[in-house]
Design a protein around this ligand. Structure first.
Ligand code: 6GU
Length: 269
């Protein structure tokens, strides 16, 4: 808690307003932060107690500013468990956002499709998740100032925000599926047997992020909206080998649709 307070007071010296919406932007989706108006950039490396970013070629910064009339803070570049950070470190920025005044969190990610009705390039609203990381960011002494020891996860992905996202997508004619996100640690992609397991237990998509952040967000009472971009189908679903160029093309096409969707949701939040 002392470390959190130190981090927050450092940031508050640079940013003199309260952001209300937090954004965690997944692989290839960080470009959304480029649309933030009157941006204030705070590089992770300058922030006391922030995890040290290892990813090459990634900005790794908090971006504060306005997006469609709302004050936001975006994480451009996130921390992954598979990089060797503890889940406590991975989720530290979520708690910082909470203490800065954020009350709604939008988390996005690139994910593999498990549901056979999905297409590559599909956007999926996360309606729930399954934690298959074999760990939990809340293990350890409870931070009572942040939340209770045994937090409820019955509505991990805020129903009102999901309803709003669906309405906005429909208005924009954007195909938005809905499904259960299953979080693995990575860094390897799953085996076909693991993907069969995922489908059997009710999963629609697989990924290597998001679950720890959402657990911590709900622990401290943030409303959560989660959106996955299905960049490829998971192992054993398609017989054809993935064409990497095609995947990149699809990601780029979906990226603009994704940005339009998120910006319009933010306007209505
Ligand atoms: Cl197939 N699996 C996981 N865990 N993460 C992914 C993915 C698959 N495709 C994109 N991200």
């Amino acid at each position: 808690m002392e470390r959190l307070k130190e981090t927050v007071s450092y940031i508050q010296k640079k940013v003199d307003y309260k952001p209300e919406i937090g954004l965690i932007l997944g692989s290839g989706l960080g470009v959304l932060a480029e649309d933030i108006e009157n941006p204030i950039y705070v590089p992770y490396g300058d922030i006391p107690n922030f995890p040290i970013s290892t990813v090459v070629g990634h900005a790794g910064q908090l971006v504060f500013g306005s997006l469609n009339g709302k004050k936001v803070v975006a994480m451009q570049g996130r921390f992954h468990y598979y990089e060797g950070y503890s889940q406590m470190e991975v989720t530290f920025p979520v708690r910082v956002m909470k203490l800065l005044g954020v009350d709604k969190l939008i988390v996005t990610n690139a994910a593999g499709g498990v549901n056979e009705t999905f297409n590559v390039g599909q956007l999926m609203l996360i309606k729930d998740h399954i934690n298959l990381t074999n760990y939990n960011p809340l293990i350890g002494p409870n931070l009572d100032e942040m939340g209770v020891r045994f937090p409820d996860m019955a509505k991990a992905y805020t129903p009102e925000l999901r309803k709003l996202a669906k309405a906005v997508a429909q208005n924009l004619n954007i195909d938005l599926a809905e499904g259960v996100y299953v979080g693995f640690t990575g860094p390897n992609y799953e085996t076909p047997a693991e993907i069969r397991l995922t489908r059997t237990i009710g999963g629609d998509a697989v990924g290597m992020s998001t679950v720890p952040e959402v657990i911590v967000a709900r622990h401290c009472g943030l409303d959560v909206l989660g959106i996955s971009c299905i960049t490829n189908m998971a192992a054993g679903i398609l017989d054809v080998a993935l064409d990497h160029r095609e995947v990149i093309e699809v990601t780029q096409r979906v990226r603009s649709e994704f940005i339009t969707l998120v910006k319009n949701i933010i306007r209505e939040m």
